[in-house]
Design a protein around this ligand. Structure first.
Ligand SMILES: [Zn+2]
Length: 497
């Protein structure tokens, strides 16, 4: 581990030009050394090596922190290099630096939102908190703990932030042995001493961050989280509590928590039970729907749900069904509680088959296909919900309105893709079989690609039908599959309204 201490990683050179000391080959050597390294196992002849193993753990922890510090400096240099190139091209000042965070995100295998936070962190560390950065170089702070210090001083002016950084002097070992909470309190106290008014004003900035988000929880449950100003949050909770108390005193046997959760759903959606015309769109195989097959379904915005759960949802919705005839089928009338729509897939591969369009805009049927295929934004590492249906090769460059040339993107990624120097293409098939591939080329000439997630009923690698049954039934299944192969396989999209 000698020779890779932070001080040697610091000299990343000027923003543009010059051979970087952190060349790919140098880093590759370090990685090779790490991956071929095997810790000594105890045996009769080698003495107990436990102290050495602990030293190795610590040395690698130091390396990770120093690497994060180097990444911060590199991110700032990359930002400066792009801005200077844009200045030379005459790009207006307020338009420079767009797409920098997105490129950092791709390189670091993070979402664009995380990329933008990492760039903000890097700029704060390099320009305003040099001692915090130095503490990362020596392993005294890791990237997360440096992030905490940056976050807690975000409301201060650059000058005050520098002063707090100086006061905390993290590089002198002030945070040796300190946990996350200790670090947060120390930073908060220093920030408050320096500028009490800003810290108080921060509350009003925080209110602008209010939002509601959804993330999956185990067992087909989900966390609906609202970040609210404290008064509103308390008011919502008190209203739900009062409602629960009054129903329970009237003999309702549900628990307090259950009543509060039910009331939240009913009051927000305006419907008892909470499922309204706002679509819940399950994608599943026909075998799962009609033949009790165990192949799981996919619920957009949540992910994979068990087959039985999907069927229960269907049985629980009373009403008429209507079978769609295929893509482009118009929805049923108001009286329908739910309807089914067939999504055709190429047999065995799980690749969706859709009717293409001559129009410039993606028609509703094609959009539903893209939504079912992509599930979330298709930019690599971005899981944001789909907001735009994008021509991968732009319409004005002759890109057709087809399933293959369409991609679901979030709003931020759609804007990034339009920036100068960014191009996209539909990739050829990869080892993931025939699933749809989106390739992105960034202004630096780097390529990234994302493969559409596997559809229910397709092999995760997209190379053929699921093949998990024992051999005798596998043979029979294969025969059945071959018999079906001349026809299209199909998925069903169940929409509850
Ligand atoms: Zn995105």
């Amino acid at each position: 581990m000698e020779g890779i201490r932070g001080t040697q990683l610091m000299e990343t050179g000027s923003p543009v030009g010059g051979a970087a000391p952190l060349s790919g080959a140098w880093v590759r050597d370090v990685i090779d050394a790490l991956t071929s390294f095997r810790p000594a196992l105890p045996n009769g002849t080698v003495p107990d090596g436990r102290a050495e193993l602990i030293d190795q753990l610590r040395a690698l922890e130091d390396l990770k922190s120093a690497a994060a510090a180097a990444q911060a400096r590199i991110a700032v240099s990359f930002d400066a290099a792009q801005r200077s190139a844009e200045t030379n091209l005459g790009v207006p000042a307020d338009e420079r630096g767009r797409g920098v965070a997105a490129q950092i995100a791709l390189a670091r295998r993070e979402s664009p939102a995380k990329g933008s936070r990492l760039l903000g962190l890097a700029k704060a560390l390099v320009s305003e908190m040099p001692r915090t950065l130095a503490a990362m170089d020596t392993g005294q702070l890791n990237e997360w703990r440096a992030t905490l210090l940056v976050k807690e001083t975000a409301c201060l002016s650059a000058e005050d932030r520098c002063a707090v950084d100086e006061e905390l002097a993290a590089d002198t070992g002030t945070f040796d042995g300190a946990g996350d909470k200790t670090i947060i309190s120390a930073a908060r106290a220093a920030a408050y001493r320096r500028d009490p008014r800003s810290v108080t004003q921060r509350a009003s900035h925080a209110a602008a961050e209010r939002h509601v988000s959804l993330r999956p929880a185990p067992d087909t449950m989900t966390y609906l989280t609202a970040l609210l100003p404290v008064a509103q949050g308390v008011a919502v909770h008190a209203a739900l509590s009062r409602h629960a108390d009054s129903l329970r005193s009237g003999g309702d046997t549900r628990s307090r928590g259950q009543i509060m959760a039910d009331a939240l759903v009913e009051r927000t959606t305006g419907t008892p039970g909470g499922i309204t015309g706002v679509a819940i769109q399950l994608v599943m195989t026909d075998r799962t729907l009609f033949q009790g097959d165990s192949e799981p379904a996919r619920l957009p915005g949540y992910g994979i749900v068990p087959a039985g759960w999907a069927r229960t949802l269907l049985n629980g919705s009373s009403g008429n069904t209507k079978h769609g005839a295929g893509p482009g089928e118009s929805e049923g009338g108001q009286e329908l509680k739910f309807w089914l729509r067939r999504l055709f897939t190429a047999p065995g591969t799980g690749e969706l088959v859709a009717v293409d369009s001559r129009s410039r805009l993606f028609p509703a049927g094609l959009r539903r296909f893209i939504e079912a295929r992509d599930d979330t934004c298709r930019t690599p590492y971005c899981d944001a919900p789909i907001r735009h249906f994008d021509h991968i090769i732009p319409w004005h460059d002759g890109g057709p309105t087809t399933l293959t040339n369409g991609a679901g993107l979030c709003e931020a990624c759609n804007h990034t893709k339009e920036l100068p120097g960014w191009t996209a293409q539909t990739g050829a098939t990869t080892r993931a079989g025939t699933r749809h591939v989106l390739g992105i080329r960034t202004p630096t000439g780097h390529h990234y690609q994302s493969t559409a997630p596997p559809l229910p009923g397709s092999n995760p690698l997209g190379t053929g039908p699921p093949d998990t049954a024992p051999s005798h039934s596998r043979r029979r299944r294969k025969q059945r599959h071959q018999a079906k192969a001349r026809r299209y396989a199909h998925l069903t999209q169940l929409q509850v309204a």
